[in-house]
Design a protein around this ligand. Structure first.
Ligand code: NAI
Ligand SMILES: Cc1ncc(C(=O)O)c(C(=O)O)c1O
Length: 309
């Protein structure tokens, strides 16, 4: 049974992840090279704990969340280190190198990488057998599904220990069988986002209308009926007919749409810069955060509802 977990990197994912682990009874120490990110994480905790409370996730005894500006302090006596730094191999590799000599060879290390192949990351660890992917989704304190991905050198017991941890937290582990870039969730998401951006860029539909179409159409349906089950609901014959012509029409671009590259070049990144696809005031960002958390909680409660029969 794991007891002490270090979270390396706060940013977008770290605060919710760290608090969710702490409320699962773990002693968590979070580290970030940027002190401002530590202060930001602390300021986020009341909102995060309020959402966890509404999800019915009551803090288990023995759990705690500490923050530190020392990597050594963060990983001291850790059973598990969760690397959660930016999606750049070189930054992640620097963290793995810094861990050498600070953690015991039995300590497990995972990455929250969105899709860098685990086998690639394993090249930068002296104990690759004790490393695997543990891919959370944003917001990590609300989305219960976590992908577990083994690299070529991951020991089976390492992945099993992470699956067990996720289950003990009452969350949903999904074991991905092959270490492919993007794993599963992000391959599906990025195929969808590529098509969505192309449709907006080509003037087929406005961003707001696309969001309504997807959120109140397939997004709503897929939250209850998964894609593979949906094939049976629609009928594989229907899929066969429609895919027969539509698969040749879908976006297959290998580059990134100018709709995105233009905005990134102009530092219009979204919520983090006050504008991207849409424009936001600081007040609207706060409103959206609370509103979306409330709705995600309500949807999750409905989805967790056991069959009435
Ligand atoms: N943002 C998202 O929706 C999701 C991101 N991820 C993945 O999780 C990881 C983190 O993503 P975000 O939280 O979005 O990144 P972020 O860029 O928001 O935060 C990264 C944090 O790491 C800190 N940091 C940078 N170098 C560090 C170091 N050497 N040691 C300690 N801290 C360091 C930064 O100060 C920053 O606070 C990435 O691999 C990302 O692909 C996974 C799921 C969802
Ligand atoms: C746009 C985007 N990219 C990556 C991820 C991820 O899971 O890594 C997410 C997410 O929702 O978590 C995302 O929205």
């Amino acid at each position: 049974m794991m007891k002490r977990i270090a979270v390396i990197g706060l940013g977008t994912m770290g605060p919710g992840m760290a608090q969710r682990l702490a409320q699962g009874g773990l002693v968590v120490t979070a580290f970030d090279t940027d002190g401002a990110q530590i202060e930001k994480a602390k300021a986020m905790l009341p909102l995060i704990t309020g959402v966890l409370d509404r999800l019915g996730i009551t803090p288990k005894p023995g759990g705690a969340l500490h923050f530190t500006t020392s990597l050594a302090d963060a990983v001291k006596d850790a059973d598990l280190v969760i690397e959660n730094v930016p999606e750049k191999i070189e930054i992640k590799a620097d963290v793995y190198r810094a861990l050498e000599g600070l953690i015991a060879s039995k300590t497990l290390v995972v990455s929250d990488t969105s899709g860098i192949p685990i086998s690639k990351l394993q090249e930068h660890l002296s104990h690759p057998e004790r490393f695997c992917g543990m891919h959370w989704s944003n917001p990590p304190h609300i989305i219960p599904m976590i992908e577990v991905i083994s690299g070529a050198k991951t020991a089976p017991e390492t992945a099993k220990a992470i699956v067990t941890l996720i289950e003990e937290l009452g969350l949903l582990p999904v074991v991905v069988n092959k270490d492919v870039p993007g794993f599963v969730e992000n391959r599906i998401l990025y195929a969808l986002l590529r098509e969505a951006v192309d449709l907006v860029e080509e003037g087929v539909i406005a961003p707001e209308a696309l969001d309504t179409c997807v959120s109140w159409g397939i997004g709503y349906k897929l939250s209850v009926i998964g894609p593979m089950a949906l094939l049976d609901v629609a009928g594989l014959d229907i899929y066969h007919s429609v895919a027969g012509f539509l698969n040749q029409e879908l976006s297959t671009r290998g580059d990134i749409a100018p709709f995105v590259t233009k905005r990134v070049a102009e530092k219009r990144l979204g919520l983090k810069t006050g504008g991207g696809v849409y424009a936001y005031t600081p007040e609207r960002i706060k409103e959206l955060g609370a509103e979306r958390a409330r709705k995600l909680v309500a949807v999750r409660r409905a989805l967790e509802e056991k069959d009435r029969t």
